[in-house]
Design a protein around this ligand. Structure first.
Ligand SMILES: *[C@@H]1O[C@H](CO)[C@@H](O)[C@H](O)[C@H]1NC(C)=O
Ligand SMILES: *[C@@H]1O[C@H](CO)[C@@H](O)[C@H](O)[C@H]1NC(C)=O
Ligand SMILES: *[C@@H]1O[C@H](CO)[C@@H](O)[C@H](O)[C@H]1NC(C)=O
Length: 434
């Protein structure tokens, strides 16, 4: 009995000590584990070539091998979220796709190229990106089924043009009237032999729903992180090396908060086989009428005030650094150059929807604000294809008419804000068409 009791005491003591050792061990283990979690081993320093060993610490993104990088970020957009515009008609998704060097390239360059597109013209971005080596912020409108085409495009870009993909931040706009749906990945998305396909009939619904140009411009602009922004339409191609040329120019130019640097835009005849290599080349084409100032035939006010004859005569050839050719001295209403400026310029008024008065209304406000437009040389931009004056479709006329009416309100609002009317707009209703 005593023995049994003694045994009992012994085993009780023994158990106690086993339990307490286990408990102490557990406490120590916990403490060590906690310390390890709070201070994990530091990430291996990024070396070239990158380490081939498997990653040893969880949260170090840059040790994840390339194959594991996300090639389909669009599929993970939560379509129930997004940021509403002022009229609650569009949902905006900032940074839906961001290339892995976008932020780094943004801190290395002075200028970010901002642009916007509907899905069927998005492939034109590739031409722009081939000439522009800086960061690119692009807003894309997608509706209904089109989202799967955007998935296809970004996946294609990731796999087939990784250098371009890495410098891009892509933002998405979805109309509330035509909510988007994730669809299946198109087969062409993983085939680098084929260019990314434009969809067949994406245009049809756009006859009834205006393209929200100014929403898109603001979305692209506001996601640039460089000191200056160059906002262009997606079919406007910069001359080669422009990002570096602008970098040199802006680094040595005194700060000028109310300066907008205009880059002249030419339309180029389709028969011209090669992109003009330099200014002498575009001047030569202009003399032969194979290049003309953008919109000269369709809408002369568009670039007229930039004074192309003066630009062409001002010399400055491929060997000269980018410089100011001349100031715009005859500003006129409906002037709408493409310009480089800090993104403190006025926003694009989002009440203008579809075509007409979308860009020139913003440029007009800059003029009232006191901006001086300065034309740069020898850099330029190109729109492939001469534009002919044709009858515009009825839907486009309707959008223009609606915007013309809104412009009447807009110019009165600006007068109330700036208390000046240098072009005497308040005396007459707006009749010129855009
Ligand atoms: C300008 O471009 C043309 C056409 O490519 C070329 O022949 C010419 O040599 C270029 N000029 C210079 C100075 O590079
Ligand atoms: C263009 O510049 C020339 C001088 O080089 C000047 O005579 C002309 O008035 C200017 N035109 C415009 C529209 O500014
Ligand atoms: C290019 O411009 C520089 C100065 O702007 C000039 O000295 C040079 O002669 C020009 N070259 C050509 C080929 O026109």
């Amino acid at each position: 009995m005593g023995k049994a009791r003694g045994n009992g005491v012994w085993s009780w003591r023994c158990r106690w000590s086993v339990v307490s050792i286990a408990a102490i061990a557990l406490v120590v283990y916990n403490a060590v584990a906690n310390m390890w979690l709070l201070h994990p081993p530091s990430c291996p320093v990024h070396t070239t070539p990158p380490p081939t060993d498997p990653p040893t610490c969880e949260p170090c993104i840059d040790t994840v091998p390339n194959a594991a990088l996300d090639d389909d970020p669009i599929s993970r957009i939560d379509l129930r979220l997004g940021r509403w515009d002022g009229s609650r008609s569009y949902k905006l998704f900032d940074n839906a796709v961001v290339g892995d060097t976008y932020s780094e390239v943004s801190s290395n360059y002075h200028v970010c190229l901002a642009t916007q597109s509907s899905i069927e013209r998005l492939h034109e971005l590739l031409r722009t990106a081939a000439h522009w080596t800086g960061p690119i912020s692009v807003a894309v409108l997608v509706a209904g089924e089109e989202l799967r085409l955007l998935r296809g495009f970004t996946t294609w870009l990731f796999r087939c043009q990784p250098e371009i993909y890495s410098r891009i931040a892509l933002h998405v706009t979805i109309p509330a009237a035509r909510p988007a749906t994730h669809g299946t990945m198109p087969a062409w998305a993983r085939d680098c032999e084929t260019p990314p396909l434009p969809p067949e009939d994406a245009i049809t619904w756009k006859v009834r729903h205006p393209y929200p140009q100014n929403h898109m411009r603001n979305l692209a602009r506001k996601n640039c992180h460089t000191p200056y922004v160059f906002l262009v339409d997606v079919d406007i191609v910069p001359s080669k090396g422009m990002a570096d040329a602008l970098d040199k120019f802006l680094a040595t130019t005194p700060k000028c908060p109310l300066c907008a640097y205009v880059v002249p835009t030419y339309e180029l005849d389709q028969r011209v086989a090669k992109f003009p290599a330099n200014k002498s080349e575009i001047v030569r084409l202009s003399k032969r009428k194979l290049a003309i100032p953008f919109h000269r035939k369709v809408f002369i006010y568009n670039q007229y005030a930039s004074n192309f004859s003066r630009w062409e005569a001002s010399g400055g050839n491929e060997t000269s650094e980018t410089h100011i050719s001349h100031d715009v001295t005859n500003f006129e209403l409906l002037y709408e150059p493409f310009y480089v400026a800090p993104d403190t310029v006025p926003a694009h008024d989002e009440r203008f929807l579809g075509y007409g008065f979308t860009r020139n209304s913003q440029v007009y406000e800059m003029f009232l604000n006191g901006y001086q437009f300065k034309v740069l040389s020898p850099i330029f931009t190109v729109h492939w294809g001469l534009q002919a004056r044709t009858n515009r479709p009825l839907w486009r006329e309707r959008q223009n008419e609606k915007n013309r009416k809104h412009f009447e309100t807009f110019k009165r609002e600006l007068f109330a804000r700036y208390r000046k009317d240098p072009l005497h707009l308040l005396r007459r209703p707006q009749q010129k068409k855009t």
